[in-house]
Design a protein around this ligand. Structure first.
Ligand code: ARG
Length: 481
């Protein structure tokens, strides 16, 4: 039997393989809500412009709402012979209301329909993702405030560099996530034009009102060129690009969780809720959630790569190639959403090992730069010379097998006579971080100011910086937002 939606000129139906390669219902059924909303807006506009009778409009809208209820109630049977969500919905509508259903497709095509549905879906998804990013940011800010004075080693090249505060480190991710949310919202702004009514590719001779449908569907305006409207997939590419960058940030953070939670580092303990045991090694607590977040970037970038290759070289306007946009995009956006949720859980539940971080922060002569800075500041030695002198001090400590704070004043004077005992006060990791009060620096006072700024930004409520030196909170978020 030929296809009842478009089979007029076909003598036979498609080969089984044709049906299999052609159908998208297996994955585009998740667009049902957007598809029905688009059809209701379209039918309403058709009636208001006199193209459809009010009676037909009423029965179409009522029928579509029944279809919606059936799908949501789980009683709808999707048919592969009907290819996609658009024809599955319309065919069910015909079963319910008869011939009037055939009038719904006046002045539109599946080409503008699918672009509209997918834009609506991506728009909703961006909103969810941005909310999730904000939730993760808030979890990080809460922890950052608690750990504003927790000192950990800061690394470059994954070698001990200078002490930093754990709160400062966590706030670095809040900054990255802030840009990620900005990129997603930026993509949302550009996508928010309605393709509906562009029809197959050229527009339509009916006196439709595209501004009306655009408005009903929450778009800012209709797209201005029908060819562009049905062949544009920039909106999903942009969203996937933003998603990829966000996933890359999560992957870096996840990698740090993996390193920090190892027995050798032991900077943090991940909760039982986000780790797994080993079936053979009873001592193991594997950071699987972090590892999987570290890995998800693969499929998210894969989706971006896949779709940009699909789109490359496609002539205008719609080609069926574009049906390949959905599976990868759904998978990528689902993966990012899951990663954000897992990260939020891990951040809220982790227990920092403050003592261990502090001891580690002092290792590797991490306050050597503070000595050099002291020589510059107090003895007016040029930085390059101060750097050289400090190098000799580090070498001496290495020789004596002690840390910089283990050196006596005689040791310092042996390297340079001009040094006096005041040097001792810059050798501690506490002094080192407290001194870094330059804007954006790691000092605990700065961390508290930045945490308050983010809380204000994220909640829309004014927040003052917490006072320094307050007794640390427990290891879990205090919620105080
Ligand atoms: N399922 C199709 C897609 O996802 C809908 C558009 C079909 N258009 C067409 N002219 N065959 O792209």
């Amino acid at each position: 039997m030929s296809n009842k939606m478009w089979g007029g000129r076909f003598a036979t139906g498609p080969d089984a393989i044709m049906e299999e390669i052609n159908a998208s219902i297996g994955f585009d059924q998740r667009l049902y809500r957007q598809d029905i909303a688009g059809s209701i807006a379209h039918a309403t506009m058709l009636a208001e412009t006199g193209i459809l009778t009010q009676a037909d409009r009423d029965s179409i809208v009522a029928g579509l709402n029944e279809v919606l209820a059936e799908i949501e109630g789980g009683t709808f049977t999707f048919s592969r012979a009907l290819e996609d969500i658009h024809m599955n919905v319309e065919s069910k509508l015909r079963e319910k209301i008869g011939d009037a259903a055939g009038r719904l497709h006046t002045a539109r095509s599946r080409n503008d329909q699918v672009a509209t549905d997918f834009k609506l879906y991506v728009r909703d998804t961006i909103d969810t993702l941005v909310t999730q990013v904000t939730t993760l940011q808030l979890a990080l800010v809460t922890r950052a405030e608690e750990e504003a004075e927790t000192i950990m080693p800061g690394f470059t090249h994954l070698q001990s560099a200078q002490p930093v505060t754990f709160g400062h480190h966590l706030l670095a991710y809040v900054e990255m996530l802030g840009r990620d949310a900005g990129r997603l919202l930026d993509a949302r702004k550009r996508l928010n034009e309605s393709p509906l009514g562009s029809a197959a590719l050229a527009g339509t001779p009916y006196p439709i009102d595209r501004h009306m449908t655009a408005e009903k569907l929450g778009f800012d305006r209709p797209t201005a060129n029908s060819l562009d409207a049905v062949s544009d997939r920039d909106f999903i590419l942009e969203t996937l690009a933003a998603a990829t960058i966000c996933a890359m940030h999560l992957s870096r953070f996840a990698e740090e969780m993996v390193i920090w939670s190892s027995a050798q580092f032991s900077f943090v303990r991940l909760s039982d809720k986000f780790t797994t045991g080993s079936s053979i090694m009873p001592q193991k607590r594997n950071p699987d959630a972090a590892e999987l977040v570290r890995a998800k970037i693969g499929r998210i970038l894969g989706a971006l790569t896949s779709l940009i290759v699909v789109m490359k070289g496609l002539p205008l306007a719609y080609s069926k190639d574009m049906q390949e946009d959905k599976e990868v995009a759904f998978d990528a956006l689902d993966s990012l959403s899951l990663s954000l949720a897992a990260m939020t859980g891990m951040v809220s539940d982790l227990t920092p090992n403050r003592e261990r971080m502090r001891v580690s922060a002092a290792a590797g002569f991490s306050t050597a730069t503070d000595i050099a800075d002291w020589l510059v500041r107090e003895l007016n030695i040029p930085f390059r010379d101060a750097h050289h002198i400090t190098g000799q001090i580090v070498a001496l400590a290495e020789q004596k097998n002690c840390g910089l704070e283990g050196l006596t004043i005689e040791d310092f004077k042996f390297i340079d006579q001009r040094i006096d005992s005041r040097i001792h006060k810059v050798l501690t990791v506490e002094a080192s971080v407290a001194a870094r009060q330059s804007y954006g620096g790691t000092a605990p006072a700065n961390v508290l100011v930045q945490a308050a700024r983010w809380k204000t930004l994220l909640t829309g409520q004014p927040h003052d910086p917490k006072p320094l030196g307050k007794k640390k909170h427990g290891t879990h978020g205090d919620g105080g937002l």
